[in-house]
Design a protein around this ligand. Structure first.
Ligand SMILES: [Zn+2]
Ligand SMILES: [Zn+2]
Length: 377
């Protein structure tokens, strides 16, 4: 009946446009709480900030409702993420607005950018802590990494106790890699009492979590179970099982990690040795060192460096095992190569007098020619 009535009231062609007092149209009959809950669901599932901005273009009332703290607080990580090439003052303002309205992803994203990319460590650190207080797992892990490495806080002092506590918090919040870092801290007595057995149990739990995330279906779990039975050590391996690198760990842990990677590929750090600052060797991490030799090196090759144990574990299983050369081996190769270069230089040096003789002869010839030339008048 409503549709029939609307059809009957269709304006004539050429008639003057009717002034609409409330542009919400059919939405005006809906309670505001219902519209807010729909917009909240939309922002929590948005793939990009444009999804939110498009809703704001519908009408003034929608524009007002979209900026409601309830909608902004629920916005997804993708909704409050920006690409490095689009970073500008407006993007900064947008993230600040979302963060100030309680969006933990925005606080974490902005905190990571300020801390690692813009050199605003104090501002970035406070944003990260705001996200930690909101219960953000990635922020808890990021803050733990900062404490673990002593990055730009309290005179670059490592604070393993705070790091272990935050690794535990992140693990409780569901962060996949934090449990492995916590196991490393417990096994080696970093900030907490050393307990090898407890460390082994945590490592076992971390490996089990990865198994469950890698093989979610029942059929896949049967294959995983057969693998575990055939390889008894794979669940106790400190670096994890090679068959279990969950898809969630292969890609970007968070849009903030992708921002860091893209940012530093577009603006590379000054080449050593002017500033010996390098990136974490895990390709999808993106964290740079904030001071020289900050990150722990791979104990085998001494070249790869990692912000955390979880980055080391993942990188080892995702390819470093094939390229890692023991320190003594590549040192011997470097010395051998140096000897070959020196031998070549020696051979070149032996050949140099002939060259000099030739050039001297040539010079003498020129001199002779000059001597034969008529003197200028
Ligand atoms: Zn290595
Ligand atoms: Zn890393």
């Amino acid at each position: 009946m409503v549709s029939l009535c609307l059809q009957a009231k269709r304006p004539r062609v050429g008639a003057a446009p009717r002034v609409v007092a409330n542009q919400m149209g059919a939405f005006e009959v809906l309670p505001q709480e219902l519209i807010l809950s729909v917009l909240t669901a939309l922002s929590s599932a948005a793939d990009k900030p444009a999804d939110l901005f498009n809703v704001m273009l519908v009408c003034q009332e929608f524009c007002r409702l979209v900026t409601n703290p309830q909608v902004i607080r629920a916005a997804s990580a993708a909704c409050v993420s920006v690409l490095p090439r689009r970073w500008c003052a407006a993007a900064d303002r947008f993230l600040r607005f979302c963060g100030d309205n309680g969006n933990a992803d925005a606080n974490f994203f902005l905190g990571m950018i300020q801390f690692y990319c813009l050199g605003l460590q104090t501002h970035g650190w406070s944003r990260m802590l705001m996200a930690v207080r909101s219960g953000h797992a990635h922020a808890a892990f990021a803050a733990a990494v900062v404490y673990y490495n002593g990055s730009c806080i309290d005179h670059n002092q490592r604070q393993p106790l705070a790091a272990a506590n935050l690794f535990a918090l992140a693990a409780c919040r569901g962060h996949m890699g934090a449990l492995r870092d916590l196991a490393f801290c417990v096994s080696n007595g970093l900030g907490v009492r050393q307990d090898a057995e407890a460390g082994r149990r945590l490592t076992f739990t971390a490996n089990l979590r990865e198994f469950r995330a890698t093989y979610p279906t029942a059929a896949e779990q049967a294959v995983a179970y057969a693998h575990v039975v055939g390889n008894p050590g794979c669940l106790t391996s400190e670096l994890g099982c090679f068959t279990t690198v969950p898809a969630s760990l292969r890609g970007w842990a968070h849009p903030a990690n992708r921002f860091l990677c893209d940012w530093f590929s577009a603006n590379p750090l000054p080449f050593p040795p002017r500033r010996l600052l390098l990136m974490c060797s895990m390709p999808t991490c993106g964290r740079p060192e904030t001071r020289g030799l900050e990150y722990r090196r791979c104990p085998v090759c001494g070249i790869a460096r990692y912000c955390s144990r979880s980055c080391q574990s993942l990188h080892w299983r995702m390819g470093h095992t094939r390229e890692c050369v023991p320190t003594h081996q590549w040192l011997m190769e470097a010395i051998a190569n140096h000897a070959v270069v020196n031998a070549d230089d020696g051979a070149n040096a032996a050949a140099m007098p002939a060259v000099n003789n030739n050039s001297a002869t040539h010079h003498n010839n020129l001199g002779g020619a000059a001597a034969d030339a008529p003197a200028p008048k």
